[in-house]
Design a protein around this ligand. Structure first.
Ligand SMILES: C[S@@+](CC[C@H](N)C(=O)[O-])C[C@H]1O[C@@H](n2cnc3c(N)ncnc32)[C@H](O)[C@@H]1O
Length: 232
């Protein structure tokens, strides 16, 4: 089975020989990949939706991996015991939902060593949460599928901080590692902000003026990061 570009980059962050929980596994492709390639000691695949989990059950059966992958139905980290998993994958959901899953079971979260998180939206809010709650971002990756970018964050418990607010939006590790997709990713974000500014042009309500100020500041910060990359 060949993983998509996004799923492969998520799987590549999984340390060897750990016990992994894939929360919100849906199709179960990552647990299957990890088990088939002997990357993990054990994999627990879970989802809150019975329908989603049916896909995992079916795919695990097709691949004869019933002995290697434990399948559990339930909400977030409710389905694991403290210290039961070393690595958690929470991918393909909004950053706010990922943050809620980590925050809801703090005692369990605190017993996990490796966090592989892939927010579809609200990555800025997720990074803010991580930095404010004693996580350290160890590495980041970008994946592109179709015309969509995906940010993948590998974090551990620890102490981290950002030196500029824009690094909540653009992961600093992507800059340090000279990620090959970063320039394109920032230009994509710049285009979105410029598009909104064009739409708001001439709108003089108090709310719109405040929004335009925020967007102009964001645009400046994004362009500054672009300069930083181009000059390095
Ligand atoms: C879009 S799928 C992503 C599947 C896979 N992780 C991926 O990245 O391709 C999101 C999955 O998360 C599940 N989900 C949403 N909230 C959840 C929660 N609180 N706990 C467990 N699973 C959840 C959904 O049922 C859905 O199957």
């Amino acid at each position: 089975m060949k993983l998509s570009n996004r799923l492969q980059k998520i799987a590549d962050f999984v340390p060897k020989n750990t016990i992994v929980g894939d929360i919100g596994c849906d199709h179960g492709y990552i647990p299957i990949y990890l088990a088939k390639n002997n990357i993990s000691k054990k994999v627990i695949a879970s989802d809150i939706s019975k329908n989603s989990l049916e896909k995992t059950i079916e795919n695990v059966k097709i691949n004869n991996l019933e002995k290697d992958i434990e399948i559990r139905l339930g909400d977030g980290l409710d389905i694991v015991l403290p210290f039961e998993i070393d690595t958690v994958i929470i991918a393909g959901m909004g950053g706010l939902l990922i943050k809620d899953i980590l925050d809801k079971n703090k005692t369990k979260t605190n017993t996990i060593t490796h966090f592989i998180l892939q927010p579809n939206i609200a990555s800025k809010e997720l990074r803010e949460y991580l930095y404010e709650n004693n996580f350290e971002i160890i590495n980041e990756e970008l994946a592109m599928e179709g015309d969509k970018f995906y940010e993948i964050i590998y974090a551990k418990k620890g102490k981290g901080f950002v030196t500029k607010d824009i690094y909540y939006e653009i992961g600093e590790k992507l800059i340090i590692n000279e990620n090959p997709l970063l320039k394109e990713f920032i230009n994509y974000k710049i285009n979105i902000v410029e598009g909104i500014l064009i739409e708001l042009k001439g709108v003089k309500t108090e709310k719109s003026i405040k929004r335009q100020e925020e967007l102009n500041k964001n645009l400046m910060d994004l362009k500054e990061v672009l300069l930083e990359i181009e000059s390095s």
